[in-house]
Design a protein around this ligand. Structure first.
Ligand code: IMP
Length: 432
């Protein structure tokens, strides 16, 4: 088997919410193993199968295909309560995932969630608009090296020893720096989380070794990122990012399996841009048009329900995503949502401080004053009745303006668009 057919990495090419859930679900049909390698339940994937909607936060989207083994790698942060709830609700709908969770994955504890609240207030204009799931505090504890790992929850003496330190550190900041009240004792947390440990014990594994064995057996592996390129803690619009890497390079770290040859790296991008949370957003659209696109695309956060900010496609941002991830392919999503608009704008560059910018700058000051340079393309209409014909006949059957839009982007980002999504259902997808 060609190595690119064995290993596929799916990454968000924008600010998350690009439709990775749908694409992962499609590729998972062929996969033996589906792996998450970073992030936590700040993510939210919406997948529609046979008219039924599934919203997942922690369990890999691929679980809806029972053949695949799902893995949560060491780079993921796990809120055990959320994981158990998600497993129960899948079981209630008749889905019993084969799931392995790495014992090295760090645990989100109640004080992390409280810390996230305090941190957002403390950081003010420099905050990212966190989902308040405890993501920054748990990754910070990991880097301080007093974090709690899932394996610790089944090792009571070690858990006790570590929790004492981590609790004192976090609650100290919570009370003394953030001025919050806090009345949950370390003992209460210890008892509750030892209970979670027992419930999760059957799923705990060394996923690095399991995964390597699967690679050696020639199984097909699908890596599923959460969030998106511009939320990567190094390469995104820092500090308005999440607290971990969201790009393909982190696959090896977040799973413990080195990738020493080529994989298919599929960047998922919407035909427009959405952003939840705070950061400069040069192509943002306000007013009636934003409302129309938000409603047509149902652009509300899967995790927090927040209305997403909406903007035109930004090729400065997308070019960076292709470069940093090493994308071999792009999937372009939600072309149906823009149906009916007379014209479509695409940002091909920015201007800031009197200069033209073609590549994403590191400077937050530049980004704060960046204004988009647009090219305007013809709009299209696309009805559901046309879809079957288009999908049967291929790219040439798409309305002309969509074909022009797709080739326009391909030329300017230097990457092939091989998947075109025309609706939320599995079959509403064109492969080229
Ligand atoms: P955190 O990861 O909850 O700390 O949030 C940091 C930033 O990332 C905020 O701007 C969030 O809105 C954003 N973010 C985190 N997860 C997602 C996601 O899955 N989709 C979109 N934005 C996200």
């Amino acid at each position: 088997m060609n190595r690119e057919d064995q290993i596929t990495i799916i990454v968000g090419a924008q600010w998350g919410d690009e439709g990775k859930g749908k694409i992962t679900d499609l590729f998972a049909e062929q996969a033996d193993v589906v792996v998450r390698f970073q992030g936590g339940n700040n993510a939210g994937h919406t997948i529609v199968v046979n008219g039924q909607t599934y919203k997942l936060h922690l369990v890999p989207s691929g679980v809806l295909y029972p053949k695949a083994t799902a893995m949560i790698g060491s780079g993921v942060v796990v809120d055990p309560r959320v994981l158990l709830d998600e497993l129960h609700s899948l079981e209630n709908r008749g889905i019993h995932p084969r799931l392995l969770v790495d014992e090295r994955a760090h645990v989100i504890l109640p004080y992390h969630i409280a810390m996230d609240e305090g941190l957002t207030e403390f950081q003010g204009a420099l905050a990212a608009g966190s989902t308040k799931r405890g993501i920054a505090p748990v990754y910070a504890d990991k880097m301080y090296r007093h974090g709690i790992r899932l394996g610790d929850l089944v090792d009571p003496p070690l858990f006790h020893e570590k929790l004492e330190k981590a609790y004192a550190f976090n609650v100290g900041i919570l009370k003394n720096v953030f001025g919050k009240t806090w009345d949950v004792t370390a003992e209460a947390i210890e008892q509750e989380y030892l209970g979670f440990g027992q419930q999760l014990k059957p799923y705990l594994a060394d996923t690095s070794r399991e995964l390597l064995a699967a690679v050696k057996r020639g199984e097909r592996i699908l890596f599923e990122a959460s969030q998106g390129m511009s939320l990567d803690v190094d390469h995104g619009m820092y500090p308005h990012t999440t607290s971990i890497h969201t790009t393909a390079g982190y696959v090896a770290c977040g799973t413990g399996v080195g990738l020493n040859s080529r994989a298919r790296i599929l960047g998922v991008a919407k035909a427009y841009v959405t952003r939840v949370g705070v950061s400069p957003f040069p192509t943002e659209i306000e007013g009636e048009l934003a409302h129309t696109i938000r409603e047509a695309g149902q652009e509300y956060g899967t995790t927090t329900g927040r209305p997403r900010r909406v903007g035109w496609l930004d090729l400065v941002q997308l070019r960076q995503a292709v470069r940093v991830n090493g994308c071999t392919d792009i999937a372009i999503m939600k072309l149906d949502v823009l149906s009916g608009l007379p014209e479509i704008k695409v940002a091909v560059g920015y201007t800031a401080h009197g200069k033209r910018i073609d590549e994403m700058p590191a400077s937050l000051s530049l980004m704060r004053s960046a204004a988009p340079v647009y090219e305007t393309l013809e709009g299209w209409t696309l009805s559901r009745d046309q879809l079957n014909t288009i999908i049967a006949q291929g790219f040439q059957a798409l309305p002309g303006p969509i074909q022009q839009f797709v080739t326009f982007i391909e030329e300017r980002i230097g990457c092939r668009i091989s998947v075109i999504s025309l609706g939320p259902e599995r079959h509403e997808t064109l492969f080229r």
